[in-house]
Design a protein around this ligand. Structure first.
Ligand code: ZN
Length: 343
């Protein structure tokens, strides 16, 4: 018998985490056109254009027909012939992503951070600052999930000596020194997730969560060719999860369903998965801050809760007020499962 997820039938509270893994497609969904300064949130295939790399490459006699940034970068690093060029590309990546910003209105990232609780985790492969900025501006409203950055992040800084992690521009609360930017992990086939202690710690957090997760959402993450290592790590830990046979996976992606099923089938247990093209149809946004409980009630208790979908609003304050009501109920130590207006 698989181990049951941690669910208290007296309080209707689940202590099992909901884990969300984010890739570049999530930022694309949040900003299908451009973010506030007019820059686009690029997926890998758009990076060569975004960073205006062609003239730079041509000045080194490199003529790339392809638009695949990952293959280009991997080839450059593997050849070892152009260290200055590699350095320049890395600087452009950092500069570009550092300039991105959330608009004042609500974004998918605000909805996302508010839809999870302290026990939950969002693990992002993205360099862009959107998740961290959304976390920061909602963190004084309700308790939010933990966030980790598997390839580093332009908005996060660290003091390695005192193992502190905070937002860029802040000082270490222990030594008072200004925190240093996190390393960014670039797309090479032979990634070493243990080479830097910050990246290693972020991965350890993800590994731990995968072992206990009861609901896994994969949002806009495509496991690209250079991420074979990441995929192996994710799958190994997921298979060790004692509730694997009962847990659920949700894939949010605009790719064809058949392609997604094929790509993720090793992660699925029988029919315990759902695929959707929009985060708005996800379990997460249908039962904000209650996804694991709603899933347990539907599958273990055979007493499904009614949907409690998010309101669509551009007003961040309104969304925060809505989320606060859920948080008040959490503080009472018992969840009703009632839709929002009856809380
Ligand atoms: Zn320090």
């Amino acid at each position: 018998m698989p181990k049951l997820p941690a669910f208290d039938i007296k309080t209707n509270i689940s202590q099992s985490p909901h884990l969300v893994i984010l890739g570049a497609g999530a930022s694309k969904a949040a900003f299908p056109k451009a973010e506030v300064s007019g820059k686009i949130a690029p997926v890998m295939s758009e990076l060569i254009e975004c960073l205006d790399l062609r003239p730079l490459l041509e000045s080194h006699n490199i003529h790339c027909e392809d638009t695949d940034f990952e293959s280009l970068y991997d080839d450059l690093v593997t050849s070892g012939k152009h260290p200055d060029l590699v350095n320049e590309i890395e600087c452009r990546v950092k500069d570009y992503f550092s300039q991105l910003n959330l608009p004042d209105e609500t974004t998918i990232y605000d909805y996302l951070v508010l839809s999870l609780r302290e026990k939950d985790l969002i693990a992002s492969f993205n360099w862009d600052p959107f998740l961290a900025q959304a976390w920061r501006r909602n963190s004084n409203v309700v308790k939010l999930p933990k966030i980790v950055f598997l390839h580093g992040n332009v908005e996060i800084a660290i003091c390695l000596k005192h193992r502190r992690k905070d937002f860029i521009g802040k000082n270490c609360e222990k030594c008072g020194e200004s925190l240093t930017p996190t390393p960014l992990l670039y797309p090479v086939k032979q990634k070493n997730y243990s080479a830097h202690s910050f990246i290693e710690a972020e991965w350890n957090e993800l590994r731990h969560s995968l072992k206990y997760t009861y609901f896994l959402t994969i949002f806009g993450y495509a496991t690209p060719k250079t991420d074979i290592e990441a995929r192996k790590l994710l799958l190994n830990e997921w298979k060790k999860n004692p509730t694997f046979e009962l847990a659920q996976i949700e894939i949010i992606d605009i790719k064809p369903r058949g392609e997604l099923t094929e790509n993720w089938k090793e992660f699925f247990c029988r029919d315990h998965y759902g695929i959707s093209t929009s985060i708005w149809n996800s379990y997460l946004f249908s039962y904000p801050r209650r996804s694991c409980e709603a899933f347990a009630m539907a599958t273990l208790q055979n007493s499904p809760w009614k949907d409690n979908p998010y309101p669509h609003t551009n007003d961040l304050k309104k969304l925060q007020e809505w989320a606060k009501l859920l948080w008040f109920e959490e503080n009472n130590g018992k969840l009703s499962g009632n839709p929002h207006e009856y809380l």
